[in-house]
Write a protein that binds this ligand. Sequence first.
Ligand code: NAP
Length: 505
Amino acid sequence: MIFTPHGKHLIAGAWVSGAGRFRSEPAQGAGFEFSTGTVAQVDLAAQAAEEAFWSFGWSTRDERAVFLETIADEIEARAEAITEIGSSETGLPAARLQGERGRTTGQLRLFASHIRKGDYLDRRHDAALPERQPLPRPDLKLVERPIGPVAVFGASNFPLAFSTAGGDTAAALAAGCPVVVKGHSAHPGTGEIIAEAVHAAITRCGIHPGVFSLIQGGNREVGAALVQHPLIKAVGFTGSLAGGRALFDLCAARPEPIPFFGELGSVNPMFILPEAARARAEALGTGWAASLTMGAGQFCTNPGIAVVVDGADADRLVGAMKEALAKTGPQTMLTDGIAKAYRDGQARFQVRNSVKPLYETESGGRQASPNLYETTGDQFLADHTLSEEVFGPLALVVRVESLAAMQRLARGFEGQLTATIHMDEGDTEAAKALLPVLERKAGRVLVNGFPTGVEVADAMVHGGPYPASTNFGATSVGTLSIRRFLRPVSYQNLPDALIPADFKA
Ligand code: NAP
């Protein structure tokens, strides 16, 4: 073991423990003891973050860019140890963790170059019009400013890229906001070593230590106290609908409500249009199976539903999908709880007469095997349960009798992270008719691909109408995600000496 966690929280530059302990439950290898977070520690971290904001919020963009790059370097300096502890805790293969580490450092560096360019500041200037009648116009300068301390909750399925120093943390730090991370109890050791990297970067860059704290989990009160702390000004959350909704409600009920940017689950429907089905039903079935079972299906962009017009081509699609699924063995899930939730999700399908099993397996312990069910459009629309995410490799084929029925069904979907159209040239009119519906439903609409794999880029939207996210105007991936932690301030008639440096540079 290259890295042995000490199990402490990082609060304002100091590694501290508390009275309570919890033991990690890794997929492989020995568990370790970790300190349980407390409400008092949340308060200490939030106070330190507020204190840090008075310098960090006014730091230069170049200082913050160097800080982000230094975090990336410090993560890379711990590469092997991160892969080892991450793989042990989550059961994800080493190659996946290596790729995710590259994505994480890539995100940090992307934000560094993004803030150096300065476009995100959305600078606007309405010059004074002293002679204007009937009233003169004042001089108005607008620039985006950081909002203050931000709380971050990462998800179990991306222990690096959507976690301690993942997208939310990178975006908040880039904006100039200190961060308090609530560590995920599924990967506390991975959280600790990443926090160690951030801590080292803080020391190297000479930044106020309150700019980053990690409070380990093991106690749900910690998360609740964090989102309710009066000094916290926004929350970045990646996780389940149930957890996200509970914390969102707490944010809304605060005396000072704050934005809660919850990136939640999704079933990511695919609409397979007739010409595409006719031309390549087998390839679509095989491709779908590969996307569905990747990483044991533990992706928020997992394509859980395919809608297809009933008939021989739908049969070919299903046949190929079944054949491909049969070649997929059981895979280890991230936690015992997630494995149990997968079995419970499958049970929801098994008790329904409206659903027919096409390929059914039994999963046990922390393992998950794929499952495929089928229903009709009418039955799908009549039963909300069928449109709820089952986190894991379970899929549903919805057979509709016509393109008009497909259109009706599309309208019945709730908000999604993604919606996919599979089409050929002959499907263009049908796709054109579907697009306005899908665009209202999803943050990302894609053609002839599978939604797993989210590019970190300027034009990416990873979000969508509720319940895909709690804030449809935002994305949690890509450079646009910095907007969540900024607010515009207008400066009226301020002398040049008082105008924020960012407006000028
Ligand atoms: P989760 O169980 O909701 O946990 C996420 C975090 O929230 C953990 O730190 C958890 O604390 C905390 N939490 C959950 N409920 C809470 C409550 N009632 N009070 C206080 N804290 C609470 O989610 P997960 O199992 O880690 O992640 C899987 C889910 O995330 C799937 O639904 C997946 O689709 C979704 N996901 C979404 C995206 C996206 O970008 N939209 C990306 C990845 C995953 P503990 O540490 O105590 O459990």
